[in-house]
Design a protein around this ligand. Structure first.
Ligand code: NOJ
Length: 746
């Protein structure tokens, strides 16, 4: 009976959605039939904020022209305008002046939180907590919508295996399965289940595609990706986002196999809009249409316009080319007007779905804005996910958690009292200096004697969004005081890592050790007092072999956002038992990069006595810390791996017991290996996970189901195949330590 009720509700919702869709399509038909070619092209044009709309209209120059463009229906979208009042003013220009009154859609980079900054996306991925990740995106959407916005350029779903690439901070790490689940969670979080609500916004899966495969980890660099990697690693999170209903996609700066993504007809038209049936629109990346000229793919702006429009880039972000050339190209027959109609239909569809035609000002309520920005429940959610994002990398002799009283603690390091770096990069709407520092977080635990020394400065001057980070590489005067403080302490807590602006767009690094003089500081303090807890703050995996060898406790805290210091202190003092697991492999040495757990075996996997096997002669093949790894203050024991196959459905169960004295959460991970296939498969592939809470002494049996979806793969013709043969199953608390079993697929 219950089942029938659910079925009826699903059917009803489907029927209602179909009816709604039909109404929307009819409205679009009617509107399109009234639009001039110039107005259609206008919908495909996006500008960035260019003047204070609350002031007088600009009298001359480019801004005057863009102002007029909005009033004459030649702009479909604005980015970087925010604030309920500002958005209302700008929206008014379009709705009240243009002939057809089509509302603008307002986009913004709402990447991790909005005003209330949550952990960087890579950190959130380390939580493996899909509910918390969805909640975090929900909070971000609520605040962004309260500021008049209705579209975020997130989630970034680019898989990356290269810690040198600065934008790994913005993604979910190296794994397509985890990346796909997180992509879905973020889309659900931003878009909610009612797009017409005033607190949900359109999401945007970006950067389509393979931006994370920039050669040598250098931003914007060429991506040369084989079919197997493209289909099995790069594309799955995009497909997952599409299936989760993401309303928009963004293409990408990079070329992929010789074709700039912005001009790639196969990716945009054939695959995304064709095979996958995506009915939203694709926005270009910032100026990426014009960048096809230096790429060597377009001769000039006119040519770039022709290529991008024909390839299926629906909206031009900041190249100013569509508005300049597209009409003429249609008149000359170089771009079919049907393609323009298709692009405009997609853009209007998203605007209708968001309810912008019913009320173009629905996001522009200053009272709501005041009430929702920095709402206490948003801070609570930021703290919750910050704690869950922390990964305990090492904890020898139970150095952690710290005793809550009668301890002399020296807090050392340039990031210990930093209130801006922990916010991380890509937090466009956030103010500086608003994070709780580690110093402040630890000061809340009053029964210890806490001293604080910076040791060294990390940078020589404050760094802002567009500037290069200037590292301090000479001034070591503070090291003596830090050493003196360490000598008097029972425990030293060192907060080291990257400045918040050392990762993110344009911020690739060739060396991924501790920057500046921090390694020197660490070794000097260690010589004085080796009882160190190293708190790392960074936006990418770091190569820290010396610390891993010599420091007894290491805690990876990434850039955790506004509640950083509180989250870190609660973990250090054991008020929260760490549960994060690495979403990206940590190398021993930058020379191992790209390093990832789901590699191929090769014909010479070794090890062998002679040199002729796949290895380095001066460095191990092993990572410093593997994918999926992370400790807890308790221990978990895995037992009773059971594999039960019925037809082509494989049920796997495992018993997990909390064998320690502390309650704790564990991420139970399931990997497979397809031993022999028509296209070689990785030595391990994540195919399931579940985060569970176990009280001390408690055990639970976890069930996984493997179906064709998990057992198949894309072959080199881009076709999904499920092949018979032997599979290994690995289940455990990291990709490295697993129980093993096997089964045979007929
Ligand atoms: C360039 C970035 O690559 C993209 O991710 C972002 O959304 C746009 N700029 C807009 O700011």
């Amino acid at each position: 009976m219950k089942y029938i009720n659910i079925l009826l509700i699903v059917l009803l919702i489907n029927t209602m959605t179909n009816a709604q869709d039909k109404t929307i399509e009819a409205k679009i038909d009617a509107l399109l039939s009234e639009m001039t070619l110039q107005e259609k092209v206008g919908q495909m044009n996006q500008y960035s904020s260019f003047f204070d709309v609350t002031g007088p209209a600009p009298a001359e120059g480019e801004n005057k022209m863009r102002y007029e463009h909005i009033k004459t229906g030649q702009v479909g979208s604005m980015l970087n305008v925010r604030g309920a009042k500002q958005v209302r003013e700008m929206q008014k220009l379009a709705v009240e002046n243009s002939r057809l009154g089509i509302p603008l859609i307002f986009g913004f980079d709402v990447i991790h939180g909005h005003k209330t900054v949550s952990p960087i996306p890579l950190a959130e991925a380390a939580s493996w907590d899909l509910e918390a990740i969805e909640k975090s995106a929900r909070v971000a959407a609520t605040e962004a919508a309260a500021e008049g916005l209705n579209w975020t350029f997130a989630p970034m779903v680019d898989i990356s295996r290269d810690a040198r690439w600065g934008r790994v901070m913005e993604g979910a790490g190296e794994d397509p399965y985890l990346g796909s689940r997180i992509a879905e969670a973020r889309v659900r979080g931003f878009q909610g289940d009612d797009l017409t609500a005033d607190n949900t916004i359109a999401a945007c899966a970006k950067h389509f595609a393979a931006y994370g495969f920039a050669e040598s980890g250098k931003d914007y660099n060429t991506a040369d990706v084989g079919i197997s990697t493209l289909y099995n690693v790069v594309l799955p999170p995009f497909k997952a986002a599409k299936d989760a209903g993401v309303l928009t996609f963004m293409n990408s700066f990079n070329e992929l196999n010789g074709i700039p993504a912005t001009g790639d007809e196969f990716l945009q038209r054939d695959l995304l809009k064709g095979e996958w049936g995506f009915d939203g629109f694709i926005v270009s990346d910032w100026g990426s249409i014009t960048e096809m000229i230096p790429h060597g793919f377009a001769a000039d702006g006119v040519h770039a316009t022709e290529i991008a429009a024909n390839a299926g880039s629906d909206m031009d972000m900041q190249s100013y080319l569509y508005i300049a050339h597209l009409e003429k190209l249609v008149e000359e027959g170089k771009v079919d007007e049907a393609k323009i109609d298709d692009a405009v239909r997609r853009i209007l569809r998203v605007k209708y779905k968001l309810g912008l035609f019913d009320d173009p000002y629905k996001y522009c309520d200053e009272v709501r804005e005041k009430k929702l920005i920095y709402a206490p429940e948003h801070k609570a959610a930021a703290l919750d996910i910050a704690k869950k994002s922390i990964v305990l990398l090492k904890n020898e002799k139970n150095t952690l958690p710290l005793a809550k009283k009668r301890q002399k603690i020296a807090l050392i390091g340039p990031l210990a009292d930093d209130k801006t770096s922990p916010l991380g990069n890509w937090r466009l709407a956030a103010e500086n200096n608003i994070a709780v520092s580690v110093l402040e977080g630890m000061q809340a635990y009053k029964k210890n004697k806490l001293t604080h020394e910076k040791g060294v400065n990390l940078v020589t001057e404050d760094t802002y969004f567009h500037a290069h980070v200037k590292l301090n590489t000479t001034d070591d005067k503070g090291i003596d005081a830090a050493v003196a403080a360490a000598k008097k302490a029972d425990v030293v807590v060192m907060v080291l890592g990257e400045h918040g602006m050392q990762s993110g767009e344009g911020r690739s690094r060739a060396n991924i050790g501790l920057p500046g003089l921090q390694q020197q500081l660490l070794e000097a303090v260690h010589a004085a007092n080796p009882n160190i807890v190293l708190v790392l703050m960074n936006g990418r995996p770091l190569a820290i072999p010396w610390a891993a060898e010599n420091v007894p406790a290491i805690v990876e805290t990434w850039h955790l956002g506004i509640e950083s210091g509180n989250a870190i202190a609660q973990v250090l003092y054991g008020d929260y038992n760490p549960s994060g697991k690495l979403p990206m492999t940590f190398p021993c040495d930058v020379g191992q990069v790209p390093i990832y757990y789901n590699y191929k075996n090769t014909g010479r996997p070794g090890p062998q006595d002679v040199v002729f096997w796949s290895h380095y002669t001066d460095q191990t093949n092993a990572p410093l810390y593997p994918f999926g790894y992370g400790l807890s203050y308790t221990t978990f024991k895995y037992n009773d791996l059971n594999i039960n196959k019925k037809g082509n459905i494989v049920n796997v169960s495992v018993n997990v017991k909390n064998t320690g004295k502390t309650d704790g959460e564990e991420v139970v991970q399931l990997y497979i290996r397809d031993r022999v296939a028509s296209v070689t498969r990785p030595v391990q592939e994540l195919k399931g996970f579940e985060k569970i809470m176990l009280k001390s002494g408690e055990s639970q049996t976890i069930q996984f189901m493997l179906t064709d979806k998990e057992l198949g793969f894309y072959n080199n013709r881009g076709k999904f195949v499920v092949e018979p043969g032997a599979f290994d199953v690995m289940v455990g608390g990291s990709s490295a330590e697993t129980l093993k079993g096997e089964f045979e697929l007929e």
